[in-house]
Design a protein around this ligand. Sequence first.
Ligand code: GUN
Ligand code: ZN
Length: 473
Amino acid sequence: MTKTLLRGRLLTFHRAPQSADDDRAYTYLEDAGLLIEDGFIKQMGQFTEVSAQSEGVPVIDHRPHLMMAGFIDLHIHFPQIQVIASWGAQLLDWLNNYTFPEETRFASGAHSDAMAAAFFDQVITHGTTTAVAFCSVHKTSAEAFFAEATRRNMRMLGGKVLMDRNAPDGLRDTPQSGYDDSKALITDWHGKGRNGYVLSPRFAITSTPEQMEMAQVLARENPDCHIQTHLSENKDEIAYTAQLYPNARDYLDVYGSFGLLGPKTLLGHAIHLEEREIASLAETGAHPIFCPTSNLFLGSGLFDDAGLRARGITNGIATDVGAGTSYSMLQTLNEGYKVLQLRGHALHPLQAFHWITRGNACVLGLEDRIGTLEPGTEADIVVLNARSTSAMALRMDRADTLAEELFVLQMMGDDRAVEEVYIAGVAAKSVLETAAEQRLSRRHRRLPQHAQGTVRERQALPSNSLWTSLASQ
Ligand code: GUN
Ligand code: ZN
């Protein structure tokens, strides 16, 4: 039996805060003890009390930092980690010109394995302990994703995308092969370790009605799997969808008519919705997922969080890397705050931090396992430092309340604010850091690909050239 006692300030939510002074929605302790036993939280309370009952247990002292449940990212694309920050396009061009060519590379098992390791390094470094990921169309990509998640003992959800049209060669399945591969992946990975399989018809444009029918069969056969797709992100996308599915009442009806809507359905973006669609979301319990950095990056539009919530709809929040521009759920909150300001609504930091922890866990129906620091839940924890940069430290000198500290983290924080990450009770970020720093320092010394010709030219110059003598000065 492995036991560890963490010491530090602690914040965990019991329900969504209704207002800025709703202090019964959460527990905040100045000097807390968090007893971890075999990957689970055993006890949470005042340090003096927990330590009195934990004699001989090694203590890791994180004071003055803040312990919180690990962050949950409800929409991210694993095969897009090398197209993040690709210039100048809106959704459909961005998919065709950058994203689809990149995803074809995941037909290779070796490439998928290497990228899975890099993906999980990034996710952990940024404080995310659970993510819901789209893999590529290739079975290999999902295999690499789940194998790496299993190796790291992370609670991860994901699935291979179903896409059988409007995509280049090497990036299409068929209704039958998509069904067969998904079924095999469910058998191999769903419920194994901490993994969950997610049925993933990419979006209406890349699936024929025949493929949607197969997705419906998969959903019926696997009612405990989540379903993820994209909805109403971009006006051109919506117009093309209407052409491809002329009998659908609206975009959401494409998914509704194939029985794909319910409380386990996650709908990325959901920006440009019609009244019937909003009513259908409320009725079916499907969840829109707000992807602020992506929606701004692709110029997609402004998500109406308050409007949807007023209709009783529960929204998730996510990075959507690689259209999203940061793996950080803190940066996601930063951009999210600004989007909602433009919608006339100021997201309070207590609500923001509830959202990226317990709130997103509730969207998944997993709040009894992740998203809080309640005893009995899985010990996925982040340790946050609101003074992680000099600019943040300056601001923190004038911060008097927990809410102010959280807002500094929300607006200015990123991976540097994440001091440590525990995955099922085991420190994961500090372990990664040493290895990553060594790799990064090598990578930082590497020239960009586009400049490497200059190096080759320079190396080819005769040793008495002006270039060489200048370079050696
Ligand atoms: N719609 C269909 N596929 C994608 C994708 O990969 N990213 C985004 N942002 N939207 C999509
Ligand atoms: Zn997406």
